[in-house]
Design a protein around this ligand. Structure first.
Ligand SMILES: *Cc1c(COP(=O)(O)O)cnc(C)c1O
Length: 457
């Protein structure tokens, strides 16, 4: 093996990647059986002899590329999955060549610098308090984990208990309050932090999934309130500002799970949805959803800049602590990839205006979906306030059949869900790559599928 052929190999990789993306608009949004059949190729034991790098790449492209979901294209509306902005993808490829260990400033000056800059830019565009510090993690689940670890540590310190040194055995109890629509990732985090999934106090929610502020219990003792900005089904926001006002002075730690909803803060038009969110103590969001950077990328923010290092930092003589921000003091990981690079590149390429426009465009496209489906006589189950649309085509069985037919058709991809007891088709518009033409072509496919199901008993 040598590096002489790097240029040929990496040009080949770039060419294949570009061809993949070019062909995506003409391709199905999900692979059909024939496109998946190439996966069988990979089912073999590891041969004794290696293979030339260009042949490895060719195997991947030939058999792997067809078996992908086309969420890098414009007609994928499943879950909440963004694409990759061109600048972010290109930065990712370059950063792959850099192969930086972003754990410490000394292991990667450029990663440490870009995280610091991206951190400031994010706090600014998301209109969070100036003091806010952040950590770059794999996604919103880990961002929630870090935020609640910081909350746990801070609340117990106030009770005179150092959980970092003494653990949870015998510690004062922490009350955790969640909404009835709490995301499953928070439940996972409560398990990992020893706070327990079943010990939570659950506040009832309204028809859009928002917590009823009046139903918040009296706060007594150390308390974490997990709010949500951007419900995965409806896109609705808990009234975080009102909740913060109500518990002010109680010492409760208010966390906001804002995996995609936080990006509403970048737009004047949408910001009212997230009014008062800046009063919370911590926030978690994803880069790989609405900022449209490649997987995996999430960010945790805490108002108290010391809260993350207090809960997550560690020391060892060989791991040099410099004068500057040390990335690993803000995350569970030590060695990791340089996620700040793509976040920096995405923000730099969009600018403030471009970022707000991308978020607003997706929301307008969600409204376009809702209007098109309503006009066709189908029921939209949610108030379309953000990028999420829930649709019923009739009874639960009919809606399920329509979703299946849309998936089989392949023009676009949408998933199903159950919203407050009713089966629904779920549309999430989260990609920079989605055009209004993509929406119209997808609407036509949805209407075709619904008509076909409704005329065949
Ligand atoms: C997507 C999402 C999560 C989980 O985020 P990951 O990046 O998949 O870990 C958590 N909460 C909400 C509200 C989400 O939308």
């Amino acid at each position: 093996m040598n590096r002489k052929n790097n240029s040929i190999l990496l040009t080949d990789a770039a060419k294949r990647a570009a061809r993949y993306l070019d062909e995506l608009q003409q391709r199905r949004a999900s692979p059909d059986m024939s496109m998946l059949s190439g996966l069988q190729f990979f089912e073999k034991t590891l041969p004794a002899d290696g293979l030339a790098a260009e042949d490895v790449l060719a195997e991947l492209d030939q058999h792997g590329s067809p078996a992908t979901m086309a969420n890098a294209g414009g007609r994928y509306f499943g879950f909440v999955i963004g694409g990759s902005l061109p600048a972010a993808l290109a930065a990712n490829m370059l950063a792959g060549a850099w192969d930086q260990n972003a754990g410490l400033a000394i292991t990667s000056p450029v990663a440490a610098k870009l995280e610091e800059v991206a951190s400031g830019w994010l706090v600014d565009v998301l209109r969070l308090p100036g003091s806010t510090a952040c950590g770059f993690v794999s996604g919103d689940t880990m961002a929630n984990f870090c935020a609640l670890a910081a909350a746990r540590h801070a609340l117990l310190m106030r009770e005179g208990w150092n959980v970092a040194e003494d653990g949870l055995y015998g510690a004062p109890e922490i009350t955790v309050i969640v909404g009835g629509e709490v995301h499953v990732s928070i439940q996972k985090v409560l398990v990992m932090l020893g706070l327990g999934r079943r010990r939570v106090v659950t506040v009832p929610v309204d028809s859009q999934g928002r917590m009823h502020v009046d139903a918040l219990p009296e706060i007594s003792g150390p308390t974490i309130i997990c709010t949500q900005a951007g419900n995965v089904n409806t896109g609705s926001f808990d009234p975080v500002g009102e909740i913060c006002e109500r518990v002010k002075g109680s010492g409760a730690w208010v966390h906001v799970d804002a995996a995609f909803g936080l990006w509403a803060r970048t737009s004047e038009q949408l910001a009212p949805l997230a009014a008062g969110i800046e009063q919370a103590d911590s926030w978690a969001t994803d880069g790989h959803k609405w900022l449209n950077v490649p997987y995996d990328s999430g960010v945790v923010f805490t108002r108290d800049p010391e809260a993350l290092p207090a809960a997550l930092s560690a020391q060892a003589a060989y791991l040099v602590q410099s004068e500057q921000r040390e990335p690993w003091q803000y995350t569970p990981e030590l060695s990791r990839r340089a996620r700040g690079v793509e976040i920096w590149a995405a923000l730099r390429s969009l600018g403030r205006k471009g970022l707000a426009e991308m978020i607003e465009r997706n929301c307008a496209q969600a409204r376009r979906f809702a209007a098109g489906l309503r006009d066709a006589g189908y029921e939209v189950l949610n108030d379309v306030v953000l990028n999420q649309v829930l649709v019923s085509f009739g009874d639960d069985a009919i809606t399920r059949r329509v979703v299946q037919r849309i998936q089989e058709d392949g023009t676009c991809w949408v998933g199903g869900t159950v919203w407050q007891g009713r089966t629904a088709m779920r549309i999430s518009v989260s990609s920079w790559a989605t055009t209004d033409d993509d929406v119209d072509a997808s609407l036509a496919a949805m209407r075709r599928a619904a008509a076909a199901v409704l005329t065949t008993p």
